[in-house]
Design a protein around this ligand. Structure first.
Ligand code: NAI
Ligand code: MG
Length: 347
């Protein structure tokens, strides 16, 4: 099994090193790793945020473990050369259309949530976000109205094949959990959402064991704060998923805790913490490595067929937190290395 390690910028390399230590402790040399630069690091080394050699490694690998990209020193570059283009380029080139973002509260961290602890404790959900369609990828441009006003436009569109494949990921994810799937749309005003809803209902016929319901996105945003414990799996489009998943992340405490997976049609995936390169704390040994470590666990489960090892890592993270280890984002003083050491000790 070949894993591509793409550390990137800022705290990306700092947290990926720790994820690698945890993987080594669990798997020994069952995995081969190859590393390549991405983002600002790649721009400085090779003149492009996603060099061909990096993209080729990502294509060859069975899975990709990604740190973060983003470098203030690249702010003045034209858009195509900015570090952030690397992650968009990887999603596009590899057809990573399904983004899975689990949000689960570690019981010890109820006080870190933006919600009241008794509400926060109930959170254990996964958001399945479509990643390669919707208004982000539709035709966009500037034009002039009949009145001579400047106008910007972005076309929102989904075809039924795009909806069907993300629906299947939603149902399959729910099937492995509590068997409840909530499809989030805005079908009261959007034609795109009406098709989305029709296709969800069609696909549901293949999953009689999963209970499907539908929510409008505005109500979903409200329910996520009011009673997030009601959700098991949420499936939604690119735009709504972008917003709801960031909202859900604040319900479970720090951004330094949350992993994600981006999958293609065959289950190959790119795994990354949801946070960015955090230039404000980079190079100080302060970053929380748990999001990266939990991303590595997701990689074992979803792409490498090692679910039991993933369970072990997740249990060790919970044990480390129960033992009191806390980085600065969680109100503690542990360094990146010390936090990972606590996970290794629990393993
Ligand atoms: P960010 O996630 O890097 O940081 C937001 C805040 O959270 C900062 O105060 C940071 O110190 C803190 N933080 C983030 N991760 C942490 C961790 N593991 N431990 C402790 N604290 C942590 O988001 P921001 O500041 O908006 O973006 C910084 C750069 O990262 C930008 O260039 C942005 O474009 C890029 N970015 C890249 C992403 C990716 O690689 N997928 C995702 C999001 C942002
Ligand atoms: Mg976002």
């Amino acid at each position: 099994m070949l894993v591509a390690l793409l550390p990137g910028d800022g705290i990306g390399p700092e947290v990926l090193v720790e994820a690698r230590r945890v993987l080594d402790a669990v798997l020994g040399d069952a995995i081969t790793y190859e590393e390549a630069p991405v983002g600002g690091a790649a721009y400085h080394a090779a003149g492009h945020p996603l060099p061909d050699a990096t993209l080729n490694l990502a294509r060859r690998a069975d899975a990709i473990l990604f740190g973060a990209v983003g470098d203030p020193a690249c702010d003045s570059l034209e858009r195509a050369l900015r570090p952030e283009q690397a992650i968009l380029g990887l999603r596009r080139a590899l057809g990573l259309f399904a983004n899975l973002r689990p949000a689960k509260l570690f019981a010890e961290l109820a006080d870190a949530s933006a919600l009241r602890p008794e509400i926060a404790r109930a959170i254990d959900l996964v958001i399945v976000r479509e990643l390669t369609g919707d208004v982000y990828f539709g035709e966009k441009g500037r034009r002039e109205t009949a009145d001579g006003l400047r106008q910007g436009y972005d076309v929102m569109a989904y075809d039924e094949a795009e909806v069907r494949r993300i629906a299947r990921i939603g149902f399959e994810t729910a099937r492995k959990r509590q068997r409840r799937l909530t499809s989030v749309d805005k079908a009261n005003v959007l034609e795109t959402s009406q098709l989305w809803r029709d296709v969800m209902i069609e696909v549901a016929a293949d999953y009689p064991d999963v209970a499907l319901d539908h929510l409008y996105v505005d109500n979903a945003a409200m329910q996520l704060v009011r009673a997030p414990g009601q959700f098991d799996v949420i499936v939604t489009g690119n735009l709504f998923g972008d917003i709801l998943s960031d909202q859900a992340s604040m319900c479970v405490g720090s951004i330094g805790l949350l992993p994600s997976a981006s999958l293609d049609e065959r289950g190959k995936g790119l795994y990354e913490p949801i946070h960015g390169s955090a230039p404000d704390i980079a190079g100080q040994g302060k970053a929380n490595p748990l999001a990266a470590i939990l991303s590595a666990a997701m990689m074992l489960r979803h792409s490498l067929g090692r679910a039991a090892d993933a369970d072990r890592i997740e249990a060790a993270v919970a044990a480390a937190l129960a033992g009191g280890a806390r980085t600065g984002d969680l109100g503690g003083t542990a360094s990146t290395r010390a936090m990972a050491d606590a996970v290794l000790a629990a393993l």
